[in-house]
Design a protein around this ligand. Structure first.
Ligand code: HEM
Length: 213
């Protein structure tokens, strides 16, 4: 398969994979059995889980590309990040509109008094500048600073997974712990790849350029 076709296929698979939870939810609401006894909790769970999963998948792309040399997957990283932001926005909107009935004073109190919601809000705040600056215009305008800014995706993912863990009713539930282990492995891989790049650059007598986030 030529490179163009391979890229098209990768884009199609990534798009379908990221859109599938949305289509599944639309199907459940309009054609399926509905959302059960507590639709708000169901929507919160679905959107929060999907957003966190896509954040972690997005972070896996660069290490997988560097280790396998499969370059075309890099082209879908931005798309996956934007889908993660889309689901996170639905999650926050469901919380604010359905859970808290848009009562801003209650929302503020909840965010400021519960570490669980505070951590979630911090994750969401970090994601906003990343989504806003994901256009080609901002990439051009920010230059090297764009790469620096987009490293924020790492603390955002750490906070999202922490929020996930803190929200569990029982200790150390399997899904958030698995997510935390995968995230730790990805962070480790990035540090290792950065160190390897720096060592190679200093062996050549040049400075390693900051790599994309
Ligand atoms: C203002 C920001 C946020 C607020 C107020 C918030 C609030 C909530 C609430 C109320 C729950 C349900 C907890 C329960 O079951 O009792 C929840 C769960 C969750 N949230 Fe958030 N969240 C925020 C941001 C985020 C962000 C940015 C992400 C991910 C990118 C996220 C991921 C999750 C996950 C994974 C769950 C657990 C879902 C499950 O039940 O399995 N949240 N959040």
């Amino acid at each position: 398969m030529n490179a163009k076709r391979q890229l098209l296929l990768v884009r199609l698979v990534a798009w379908a994979g990221a859109a599938a939870p949305l289509l599944w939810m639309i199907y459940r609401i309009f054609l399926g059995e509905g959302l059960g006894a507590d639709p708000t909790a169901e929507l919160t769970h679905w959107s929060g889980f999907t957003a966190t999963t896509l954040l972690v998948v997005g972070l896996a792309i660069t290490p997988v590309r560097r280790i396998t040399g499969w370059n075309s997957i890099q082209k879908v990283r931005r798309m996956i990040g934007l889908w993660a932001f889309f689901y996170a926005t639905i999650h926050v909107a469901v919380y604010a509109a359905l859970d808290q009935a848009l009562a801003l004073d209650f929302i503020l109190e909840d965010v400021l008094t519960r570490p669980f919601t505070l951590v979630g809000a911090a994750a969401f705040l970090l994601l906003i500048p990343l989504a806003v600056t994901s256009t080609r215009g901002w990439i051009r305008r920010l230059g090297k600073n764009w790469v620096r800014l987009h490293w924020l995706v790492y603390p955002a993912a750490v906070l999202a997974v922490l929020h996930y863990e803190l929200g569990q009713k029982t200790d150390f539930t399997r899904a958030p712990v698995t997510m935390a282990v995968v995230l730790a492995a990805l962070l480790g891989a990035r540090v290792w790849l950065a160190m390897r790049k720096r060592a190679a650059a200093s062996a050549r007598g040049t400075r390693a350029r900051p790599s994309e986030g």
